[in-house]
Structure formats: structure tokens, C-alpha cells
Design a protein around this ligand. Structure first.
Ligand code: NI
Length: 169
């Protein structure tokens, strides 16, 4: 947080046959797994392209979150299907040690391309929708603290009394 790279909007992927693309995707995956994240965006590894990755199996660390399939989403577009929002705790690999309560649209439709340039879309809600909104914000140079409405709900993970919300987005 504070780096110019993370505050800069990213560029569309235009060539899905670029040999750098699988290298970037492998780097995203390795970084996400190594850091224990459930999502990551290309600007977080210093790549100024509109690529995000997210997904996890249900496990003991995330007892409250439904599993999200491992997904590579390129040039994403998010459609908000209604005005319903809900607040939830978020952390971020680029904002280590901190957590904040962030309002997000509850249900969204997202579309984009996979690593092979195949277009797809999904309509999702809850934590899945939250992860996608958080990661796509990275592509616009936005970090979750900018979305917090009440700064009293922002602080160090060790100080906040949050149960079972250890997700790093
Ligand atoms: Ni993040």
C-alpha cells in the first residue's frame, strides 16, 4: 500500500498468445498459494495488466466461506444486478496485518476471458462476489481501505476481535 504500481490502472490484455501470459499466470498462482491468499491481481506482482486469479477449497481456515472455483479472469467486466450491499471483513496481501469492514455489492454478474482467451460469465453472490470486486478494484488502482465507510472498522488483525475471517484477498 502506497506504491505507485498499485495505484495505477492496469491495461487490457490484447494478445492471448503472448508467451509471457502463462508465465504471469504461474507467478500469480505461486504467489497466491505461498502467501496464503484466496485471490490476487497482476499489479500485486508488478504486472500492469488486467488479470486476476482467485479461488479456494472449503477448509478449516475459511469455515464461513463457500468454496470458490480456482479462476483466472482476464479483462473483467462487473455488472451490478441490484443495489443490495453487505459489509464484510477484508484483508489484502498488499496491506499485511490489517483488516477492514468493507461494503460490497452482494450479487454481481462478471464476465471476461480465461487464460486461453475463451469468454465466460458467472452470476455469483456473497463471498465469491466480494473476492471478485476486491481483485478487480486492484486493476483500477483501488485498495480496500479506500472503500471503508467507518474507519473505526479498520485496524490490525491482532487487535480486532474478528472470528474466523483470515482471508487475504
Ligand atoms: Ni488485495
Amino acid at each position: 500500500m502506497g506504491s505507485q504500481e498499485l495505484a495505477t490502472p492496469s491495461l487490457d490484455v490484447v494478445d492471448f498468445s503472448d508467451p509471457d501470459l502463462p508465465i504471469i499466470i504461474a507467478d500469480l498462482h505461486d504467489t497466491m498459494i505461498e502467501k496464503g491468499g484466496v485471490g490476487i491481481a497482476a499489479p500485486q506482482i508488478g504486472v500492469n495488466l488486467r488479470i486476476v486469479m482467485f479461488g479456494f477449497e472449503k477448509n478449516e481456515r475459511y469455515p464461513n466461506a463457500e468454496p470458490v472455483p480456482l479462476t483466472i479472469l482476464i479483462n473483467p467486466i462487473i455488472e451490478f444486478l441490484d443495489d443490495v450491499m453487505e459489509e464484510g471483513w477484508e484483508g489484502c496481501l498488499s496491506v499485511p496485518g490489517l483488516r477492514g469492514l468493507v461494503p460490497r455489492y452482494k450479487t454481481i454478474k462478471y464476465s471476461g476471458y480465461n487464460e486461453n482467451g475463451i469468454q465466460f460469465n458467472r452470476t455469483v453472490s456473497g463471498f465469491h462476489a466480494r473476492v471478485v470486486q476486491h481483485e478487480c478494484d486492484h486493476l483500477d488502482g483501488i485498495l480496500y481501505p479506500q472503500r471503508i465507510k467507518d474507519m473505526r472498522s479498520f485496524g490490525f488483525e491482532d487487535e480486532l476481535n474478528i472470528n474466523n475471517e483470515k482471508n487475504e484477498l
